[in-house]
Design a protein around this ligand. Structure first.
Ligand code: MN
Length: 321
């Protein structure tokens, strides 16, 4: 998905200044963002109180929305640099097209992983016909300096490793959890996992003390480390944990996001992650001119136009809140 916010604002992130070295329990509220005419998403990252969790730099949670009589998701072609996009669905399907010629339907609990690297463009849409409900999350992973100019590529993995405990099914989306590793390509130590809990479950999830973590609630009623999780909210957990106590009063769907704190300072604007003002300005110019990002074929409609740049210069910083 794209950041379709017409008042695209600057976000900065990365750097040690944001990371909490010890375990904490910091509940982050979503910001409601209108995408196009019919879709509203809840944005968890970047958040006023927190920009990143490991290399995870952007998290939108959407639905469940009844799109039986609606076009559903319609995100026209738009560019990316310096990041990977992760599409994760609980209900419905999304048709992905990109400038490499990829054409892929992504279904619930399948990984759609697009590595933008130096430049890519893509579109995402609800196919026609489509399922009645659409429910999912769109996430971005920031690429570290050594890999952020890699050649763009797209991966689809329908089969992902699963870790189970009584009442818990954890699907490893990216990185590794409890020894199980996702086939998705990663460029920094991180994890993304889908946690399906059944009603009445009490369990402990093994964690890496060197990672910082957060848990996003997609559905149901659950608790992480004793904190009640409201659907649509995200609990930041800090670092220094070797396990996470989880409880569920009802069937619940969570996402665990974690990773080594992302030490490089970065600049995020619209659909770009870079390191400097100049880089972002150049990427925007290239998109406007039709250079560098290739063409997406088959999407029914015009591509997205770039928003206006903010008037103040974009500077990478690590401590801004
Ligand atoms: Mn996108």
């Amino acid at each position: 998905m794209s950041n379709l916010d017409r008042q695209a604002s600057l976000a900065v992130g990365g750097g040690r200044g944001f990371v909490v070295a010890e375990p904490v329990r910091e509940l982050l509220s979503p910001r409601r963002v209108q995408l196009g005419e019919s879709t509203e998403v809840r944005r968890l990252l970047p958040n006023l109180g927190r920009r990143m969790v490991g290399a995870w730099a952007f998290v939108d949670h959407y639905g469940p929305d009844d799109i039986a009589d609606e076009p559903g998701m319609q995100v026209p072609p738009h560019p990316h640099i310096g990041l990977q996009t992760v599409s994760w669905l609980h209900e419905g399907e999304v048709l992905h097209r990109d400038s490499l010629g990829s054409l892929q339907t992504i279904r619930p609990r399948e990984l759609g992983l697009m590595t933008a690297g130096r430049a890519i463009s893509h579109s995402e849409e609800s196919p026609r016909p489509h399922a009645r409900f659409l429910h999912g999350a769109q996430l971005w992973v920031a690429l570290p300096e050594a890999h952020r100019h890699v050649e763009p590529h797209f991966q689809h993995h329908a089969e992902l490793p699963v870790v189970t405990a009584p009442g818990l099914t954890a699907t490893v989306i990216l990185g590794s959890l409890d020894g199980a590793r996702s086939p998705g390509t990663t460029y920094s130590p991180l994890v993304g996992a889908d946690l399906a809990l059944t009603a009445g479950t009490g369990t402990r999830l093994p964690l890496d003390p060197d990672f910082e973590y957060a848990v996003l609630t997609m559905s149901g009623e659950a608790e992480a480390d004793g904190v009640p999780l409201l659907p649509g909210s995200m609990l930041y957990l800090g670092c220094g944990r070797s396990e996470l106590p989880l409880r569920a009063a009802s069937d619940a769907g969570l996402m665990l996001l974690g990773g080594e704190p992302f030490e490089e300072e970065l600049v995020m604007w619209w659909n770009f992650i870079g390191r400097s003002d100049t880089e972002i300005v150049e990427a925007r110019e290239a998109w406007i001119k039709g250079d560098r990002f290739g063409d997406v074929h088959g999407f029914d409609g015009p591509r997205l136009s770039a928003p206006t740049l903010p008037t103040s210069p974009l500077k990478p910083r690590g401590r801004v809140r």
